[in-house]
Design a protein around this ligand. Structure first.
Ligand SMILES: NC(=O)c1ccc[n+]([C@@H]2O[C@H](COP(=O)([O-])OP(=O)(O)OC[C@H]3O[C@@H](n4cnc5c(N)ncnc54)[C@H](O)[C@@H]3O)[C@@H](O)[C@H]2O)c1
Length: 417
């Protein structure tokens, strides 16, 4: 994970603190942590100093009230003084439900107050940060991959599973988090032309001071979390800060095994109307593969592969938006497909289908098929990984099974087979 730039994190507790620690641990050189509770921001900064990877690491804590435009402006101006360029902004300030009621009895004051912190807050911060980032110079996203373009910065707003689904007696939180999804989408659209990415991370229940307080305020919340979360447990804050990591190993001059690089994969590609993102984790162009002088690494990085390589392999991770269905297609290859997150339906051209859950594996032997992401009944994103191996031509009763990609052709055509 390359996060060696400068980070502005709002939220010195819970998820915000976990993000600040992850930035420090993975090499960020400068961090500002801001919170309405300055002590929380200071504690997060002290913890960051303890784990920072960069020898010149510098961090500072400041106060901010995300509901007040002047306070947001002043905090961002101070962050600019400390950081110079701001590469990443994480918006993790927030408040939880205090009184859980059905809509007919909902507390109007609490509804207003929650929208102020959880919606107007991210709006004011995203607005001010977008203006700052627009004025910054563009840097390559990944100097080794021109196809990933340039960036002037990245903003992350904390959404929630409540950005997609409703929870009984929590109308104020569901409304606020649906709004965060909307403001993030609109800001992402407005900022795309400037190379500023705006995303929302949407965790389910996470063990933070906010949720521990909510467990005190809302009767039976702990039981509800344990029964509604498929893993049967609340998530840890550091699990939200984690991103997909790829570690490539090799040898040093003494023949000892070492990590050659740790990053997030190569050749990202958005498919459909922003319905899926493909990430190539590795590809090889021959079997057996030549690992000498790391030529395979050069080859893997140099070019985005076709669907699969003749005689080679491709490892591809695809993140699907909620309820997305791929076109029917046949890859003439042996595909091992693994559900990493969520629930998928595998539909064959005969009409046969199977539901696949996390950890389930499909071994597709050049069969025509499509995928449907049905995670959370079509309300949640899902992730699958495929390892594609070459195969000989396939015949059924003497008839050759031809490959076809349908609407997927546009994403693979013209690439070296
Ligand atoms: N914990 C969960 O289960 C969970 C799940 C999904 C989403 N989230 C979201 O993640 C974000 C962070 O939550 P957390 O669980 O880490 O909570 P937390 O209480 O640990 O941290 C929230 C921080 O926001 C600060 N804050 C509150 N009002 C503020 C204001 N007006 N200005 C500036 N700072 C303010 C608080 O002082 C606190 O330090 C929130 O947006 C929350 O809705 C949390």
């Amino acid at each position: 994970m390359d996060v060696t730039g400068h980070a502005f994190v709002i939220g010195g507790s819970g998820i915000g603190k976990a993000c600040a620690l992850a930035f420090a641990k993975y090499g960020s050189r400068r961090i500002v942590v801001a919170d309405i509770n300055l002590e929380a921001a200071e504690a997060a900064v002290a913890a960051c100093r303890d784990v920072a990877l960069d020898a010149t690491f510098h961090a500072e804590a400041i106060a901010i009230d995300v509901t007040a435009e002047e306070s947001v402006k002043a905090a961002i101006a101070r962050a600019q003084e400390v950081l110079g360029r701001i590469d990443y902004c994480v918006n993790s300030a927030g408040v939880a439900v205090r009184t859980a009621c059905e809509v007919a009895e909902a507390n109007v004051d609490e509804f207003d107050a929650m929208l102020r912190v959880n919606v107007a807050g991210p709006f004011l911060v995203t607005r001010a940060m977008s203006a700052v980032m627009k004025s910054q110079s563009p840097n390559p996203v990944d100097p080794s991959s021109q196809s990933r373009g340039v960036t002037r910065g990245a903003i992350v707003n904390l959404g929630s599973a409540s950005s997609f689904a409703a929870t009984p007696r929590m109308i104020q939180y569901t409304t606020a988090k649906h709004a965060v999804a909307g403001l993030t989408k609109n800001a992402a659209l407005d900022n795309a032309a400037y190379g500023i990415r705006v995303n929302s991370v949407c965790p389910s229940w996470v063990d933070t001071p906010m949720v521990r307080q909510a467990m005190v305020d809302v009767p039976n919340l702990r039981d509800m979390i344990e029964t509604s979360v498929p893993l049967g447990r609340i998530a840890l804050a550091e699990e939200v800060a984690d991103a997909l990591a790829r570690h490539i190993t090799g040898h040093n001059d003494e023949g000892k095994s070492v990590f050659l690089s740790s990053d997030n994969g190569d050749h990202y590609r958005i498919m459909g109307e922003k319905q899926a993102v493909a990430n190539i984790l590795y590809s090889t162009r021959e079997t057996p593969v030549d690992l000498n002088d790391n030529v395979d690494i050069e080859k893997a990085k140099s070019q985005e592969p076709p669907l699969h390589y003749h005689n080679g392999t491709v490892v591809r991770m695809i993140d699907f938006a909620p309820d997305v269905e791929s076109p029917m297609h046949r890859a003439v290859s042996l595909d091992y497909g693994i559900v990493v997150e969520g629930t998928f339906k595998l539909i064959l051209d005969s009409g046969e289908e199977r539901i696949m859950h996390q950890g389930d594996v499909s071994i597709q032997r050049a069969t025509a098929h499509k995928w449907h992401n049905i995670s959370g009944n079509g309300t949640q994103p899902g992730r699958m990984m495929w390892i594609l191996l070459d195969c000989k031509d396939v015949y059924v009763k003497g008839k050759k099974m031809e490959g076809y990609l349908g609407e997927l052709t546009q994403y693979y055509e013209g690439r070296e087979p």
